[in-house]
Write a protein that binds this ligand. Sequence first.
Ligand code: DGL
Length: 275
Amino acid sequence: MDRRPIGVFDSGLGGLTAVRELRAVLPGEDIVYFGDTGRVPYGSRGEEVITRYAREDAAYLLEQGVKAVICACGTVSSVAGEALAAAMDCPFVEVVTPAARAACAATRNRRIGVIATAATIRSGKFPAAVARFLPEAEVFPKACPLFVPLVEDGHIAPGDPLASPAVPYYLRELRDWGMDTLILGCTHYPLLAPLIRDYLGPEVALVSAGREAALAAADLLRERGLLSGREEGGGCRYCVTDAAGSFPQVAEVFLGAPVEEVIPVDISRLERLGE
Ligand code: DGL
């Protein structure tokens, strides 16, 4: 049994998709969430910058004494996942492998779409992971760069006048291609799931990378005997590098629960893991 918190990080709000699932499956665990709201988005940046930010985010969580780290960011998982895993001496879960595994289990026609940030799509990590689980699958990758700023700015309600036209703009090609499964390979995108589902219809299975990573982390902690042993009462501390934005409001809408504690983090004081 281990009462230390689980660390979860993302560039901003997207990792909340993992937090929501973790709280549902492991309600007795404490969580420390780190959202780099001062530097979001990561997905339009180059590999060197993303890796530097990722090392700082992970180092911050480790300093908080977490027992495991979930990298709830498709961009960091794709670009810097291997570097982080190599530098980490506690259980580490990224989002690409669990999401690819879930998509391969869900598809029937073996046509899998992947939407994610530009950096994630450029990395080719999702198609490579799908090919490991289901070599005969076809994958259609597509970057949707405006989705993250829309989510960060709170444009997530069905019928939203900015987000609604963006969904067909990015997804029409994939829908016409005939996929039956779509990986939401950026953890921000499930906040747009109601709009995406409206457009694609119920026959396309949506796989949330954040949710799948949370489930994989729960399995890993259980296997290693690292759960807290409590059935309920876990709390979540939200640490953000810019607390002035819409983080608490959007987080509350998405989590359906009050955001108890938001702690500002000074970016200039972050250490770097593995350097
Ligand atoms: N939520 C992140 C991801 O999963 C990052 C989005 C961004 O900062 O561009 O890719």
